[in-house]
Design a binder for this molecule. Structure first.
Ligand SMILES: *Cc1c(COP(=O)(O)O)cnc(C)c1O
Length: 347
């Protein structure tokens, strides 16, 4: 039986034989062919999405959190803490619950999707909504974890990226080779860095014969890496990538440059269009931030070599953000209590 990504990829991860693993059997997410999306652009090649929304708490954050909480527990910590636009908080809260530990999450007040807030609360985290943005929250978390015996589980915790790199392993295991392009949303920039690390480790072990070009996508209102400047007040509908000063900035630039890739911006309109298309044309519901990779494909497909393999990471589940889904979808029909009234709107 599948027992989670630490169990599966143990030899690539910093865990000892006797390490007690904290897992909710995360990972092993499907790589789904999406010819519908390729066709929209007349692209002759293979396009896939890796649906990370199917992790236990609905985002890829679980990959890093199984490692971070496993190590925090091994170190005898009793409390974990993070700053979060929502998904890290939900994941930290769930894994802390699994480990029998406490969790504290700092979120930007009013800027967190409803599903993510609900998760953190029900998993039993102490939720602190700060009148500031994500970057402010992360600054406080760094200070508090320095000052008190609390384990920091944001992606500046190196174990997070260790866990997250397994997404790259799964793609190569599924395709039998690395893809030619990896398209991925970029917020704090940990995930693009982790994937690059994973692809390189597999390549060094000769488990693949090539490396993908890393194509990252930021929201136009939160595009510090694209514009090479800090965004003091990042703004985007894609709250999971609403980050003005990414912690893994340099690592992401390195992934881009060493892979001959690119990091570009996509507007909120482009993100929302991709968000609707992937749901309506394919039947996959992701959250707005995840749709940045699809938006990137739709915008830059013209630059992709024909006949290549493209993988887009769908980082989180659509149910995380029901408010946006309802705003973006067609209206529902309210009718009176009669057969005729229903027929009138459906026929
Ligand atoms: C965290 C997150 C991102 C951004 O990942 P980074 O590692 O911060 O770049 C993108 N999408 C979703 C759904 C996320 O939860």
């Amino acid at each position: 039986m599948y027992r989670g990504l630490i169990d599966r990829y143990r030899r690539f991860l910093p865990v000892a034989d006797n390490t007690e693993i904290v897992s909710l059997h995360e990972g092993n997410t499907p790589l789904i062919p999406v010819p519908e999306i390729a066709k929209l652009k007349g692209f002759k090649g293979e396009v896939y999405v890796k649906y990370e929304g199917l992790n236990p708490t609905g985002s890829f954050k679980d990959r890093g959190m199984t490692m971070a909480v496993t190590k925090a527990k091994e170190d005898g910590m009793k409390v974990v803490m993070c700053a979060s636009t929502g998904n890290t908080a939900a994941s930290a809260a769930a894994y802390a619950a699994r480990a029998g530990m406490k969790s504290v999450v700092l979120i930007p007040d009013g800027n967190i999707a409803l599903g993510k807030l609900a998760q953190s609360m029900i998993y039993g985290a102490k939720v602190v909504a700060v009148d500031g943005n994500f970057d402010d929250c992360l600054t406080y978390v760094r200070e508090l974890c320095d000052k008190h015996p609390i384990a920091l589980v944001n992606s500046i915790n190196p174990y997070r990226l260790q866990g997250q790199k397994t997404g790259a392993f799964e793609i190569v295991d599924d395709l039998g080779e690395a893809p030619d392009y990896l398209l991925i949303p970029v917020g704090n920039a940990g995930n693009i860095s982790a994937y690059w690390m994973g692809f390189n480790e597999y390549y060094k072990e000769k488990l693949s014969t090539k490396l993908p070009k890393m194509w990252g996508f930021q929201a136009a209102g939160a595009a510090p890496i694209v514009e090479d400047r800090v965004f003091e007040e990042p703004e985007t509908v894609a709250t999971a990538i609403r980050i003005g000063n990414p912690a893994s900035w340099q690592k992401a630039v390195n992934a881009r440059d060493s892979s001959q890739g690119r990091i570009e911006k996509v507007t909120d309109e482009e993100i929302l269009e991709a968000y609707r298309i992937i749901a309506k044309n394919v039947g996959i519901f992701c959250e707005p931030a995840s749709a940045a990779s699809v938006a990137g494909f739709l915008k830059y497909a013209k630059d992709i070599e024909p006949n290549s393999k493209v993988v887009m990471i769908l980082t989180g589940h659509g149910l995380k953000d029901p408010d946006n889904a309802i705003k973006q979808a067609p209206e529902i029909f309210h009718v009176e209590n009669s057969l005729e009234a229903i027929e009138e709107v459906i026929l």
